[in-house]
Design a protein around this ligand. Sequence first.
Ligand SMILES: Nc1ncnc2c1ncn2[C@@H]1O[C@H](COP(=O)(O)OP(=O)(O)OP(=O)(O)O)[C@@H](O)[C@H]1O
Length: 442
Amino acid sequence: MAKLLIIEDDLTFSQILEGFLTKHGHEVQVTHEVRKSLLLLDQQNFDLLLIDYRLPDGTGLDILSHLREKGSHQPVIIMTSFNDVRTAVRSIQLGAFDYITKPVNPDELLMIISNALGKKEQNTPHKSIEHADAIKGKSAIADKLYEHINLVAPTDMSVIIQGESGTGKEYAARTLHTQSKRNDKPFIAVDCGALSKELAASELFGHAKGAFTGAINDKKGQFEVANGGTLFLDEVGNLSYEVQVKLLRALQERTIQPIGSIKTIKVDVRIITATNDDLKASVTNGSFREDLYHRLNEFKIQLPALRDRGKDLELFISHFIRLSNEELNRNVLSMSQQARDLLLQYDWPGNLRELKNVIKRMVLLTPGETAEVDSLPEEMIIAINQSPRPSGSDLKAINEINEKSIILETLVKVKYNKSKAAKLLNIDRKTLYSKMERYEIE
Ligand SMILES: Nc1ncnc2c1ncn2[C@@H]1O[C@H](COP(=O)(O)OP(=O)(O)OP(=O)(O)O)[C@@H](O)[C@H]1O
């Protein structure tokens, strides 16, 4: 049993969730606003938080930031409408464990909660590393990527890995380490996005007993822990100006000084950083130091977005189906044409992480061997149909696009039962068939 806090402003939905999770053995509390939830979080400890993305007095990200400032690391799951996925993936950078799209599927929710509780101990600023099951891809863009990785890996150069959220930056950093001569020494990953301003310096450089309230013992910083090996700083753009100064000094002088200590410690560490922001823009607007940027940017690796990886998408789909079959004890061997088309058409703003989640959910909801389109989030179809709107005043084109997306949405809702769809759409079956043919809906 775990102690859960639900922060959700939809009263009916929060009641349903509360009942459902209580029935599954959890102790559940519910609140409906950011402000009240912050008070509760300051008074009590919860094992896991389930937070609606849009709340009346803020967003789930405000709560995540508050937790980060406090240095709390309990797993957080963000619940979001599909239209907010692009923003919600940002929550992962701020330390959320995962997100789930509404309407929430009960099996999927239980799976995510149990994964989150299972990984609780690892959900600290030191990121978990589970990249034994990785594939490279066969597209031209993947070839180029690995050419760069192979080129720079054996050197001691500092590398910045840039790429959208979920593109595999941590995986790339780990590959650089395993292909370097430091591979028998530690690879330490620190998620700077999940560190509060106050704790960041002590996390990186350590502190002496009594250096500040709460520093009850000496603590080794991650620089020292990584000595001889590689230190991976994810979301490096989140470090405060003061910590940037300390980091630059550590890199230039190859020594660190724990907070509150007079001793200096020699360190030999290769630095790999990752960012999904444009760090150069942060230099231009003054939030990131230019001298540090140049010191970190001896080589830059750009990770491609999934939507730009062509045929690799299909390889990743098969790969994640295999992994999910193993994990969930399922036997999904194929997908219907509609399901495949949908996965190939979608533009994957959350990249590999989003694909992995969607496939896991699909496998979970498929008891047989063939996954059907209704095991995919129906909002994916809406997202695809929302993409290009004809510009200007071509009323006929606008009407056609609207008509196509309403037909698609209805078909998904009734699991492609055409009689039911025709009834809901208030047209006869023959008209529905001819419209489906015209709009190339299978
Ligand atoms: N080459 C790969 N093969 C298989 N799985 C991968 C690969 N690269 C990444 N993944 C999976 O995709 C997910 C996201 O990867 P990762 O955490 O490395 O991305 P990231 O870019 O560091 O994310 P963030 O921007 O949120 O820090 C992980 O679950 C990881 O296991």
